[in-house]
Design a protein around this ligand. Structure first.
Ligand code: B12
Length: 216
């Protein structure tokens, strides 16, 4: 069967298993050879759309917040198992870091972090931070490229303030942003003063390569 024909049903099955907290079925679905996708594509084509549907279900009142929460937690564990975090040769690069800015949605950051590490990039994992803390860390680490992951619109809009602080303090840092608000509004990254936005791990890697060439 063609791959595209199997994607829709695979997302359905994955979503159903998440909502019923069926870990046994989920383990089977992520087993090697269960579907003809590499782990990063599996995350991007199955896990992310399934979680998006669950979020939509919550908005429509079909799914409880507890189900959203547990789905997120289970996916966190699975992503840890699925995605590699290392690569044998590291790439020469300026200091770079990834952060979740004033938000509690962590999965996107985890995926992007793993994807970059697996592609040979070394980067600081700042975890969740507010603006003063992140600015402080950027100074200490002399970070030149900052990847920011947010899922709340409110958090996305805070990037504008971060950019203002960076400008005021003369800190030359490239900002690469990503997360749901930027995928829903393709102008938002410019409005918040970012240098670029990436919709998935492949775009994150492409932009980081570009910024590395510009900054080095
Ligand atoms: C799971 C989930 C949660 C979990 C999070 C668990 C965790 N540990 O992360 C829990 C239950 C904790 C949660 C809580 C809340 N949530 Co929530 N949540 C979701 C949900 C269903 C899925 C998010 C997710 O993990 N997706 C999978 C990840 C992998 O996708 P992603 O982050 O988009 O990442 C991909 C790309 O965007 C990109 N990417 C991500 N980051 C970056 C960074 C860079 C640099 C690049 C290049 C790319 C990139 O690459 C990734 C892989 O492709 C979304 C629905 C949705 N549409 O997104 C709602 C959603 C984000 N949540 C929402 C809300 C409102 C909340 C709560 C306020 C609910 C409440 N009333 O308490 C709280 C707030 C928490 C907080 N203070 O931040 C809203 C946000 C609405 C808005 N406009 O701001 C959404 C959109 C649901 C909805 N439709 O209303 N949530």
């Amino acid at each position: 069967m063609a791959l595209t024909a199997t994607i829709g049903p695979s997302i359905d099955r994955f979503e159903r298993s998440l909502l019923s907290l069926d870990r046994v079925s989920l383990e089977k679905q992520i087993a090697p050879n269960a579907i003809n996708l590499n782990p990063m594509d599996f995350v991007d084509m199955i896990v992310v759309p399934a979680l998006e549907r669950i979020g939509k279900g919550w908005e429509d009142g079909r799914v409880s917040l507890a189900q959203v929460y547990m789905s997120g937690r289970i996916c966190e564990e699975m992503i840890d198992k699925l995605l590699p975090v290392d690569h044998s040769s590291r790439i020469t690069q300026p200091p770079m870091a990834i952060v979740v800015l004033e938000d509690h949605h962590l999965l996107g950051k985890r995926i992007i972090y793993s994807a970059l590490r697996a592609s040979g990039f070394e980067l600081y994992n700042y975890g969740q931070m507010d603006i003063p803390t992140v600015v402080n860390r950027l100074k200490i680490d002399k970070t030149r490229i900052l990847l920011i992951s947010v899922l709340m619109l409110q958090s996305a809009l805070r990037i504008k303030t971060l950019r203002e602080v960076l400008d005021k303090e003369n800190l030359d840092v490239k900002l690469l942003v990503g997360g749901a608000p930027f995928r829903y509004d393709d102008q938002l990254w410019q409005e918040v003063g970012a240098d670029a936005m990436g919709a998935n791990p492949a775009e994150a890697i492409r932009w980081v390569q570009k910024f590395t060439e510009m900054v080095l």
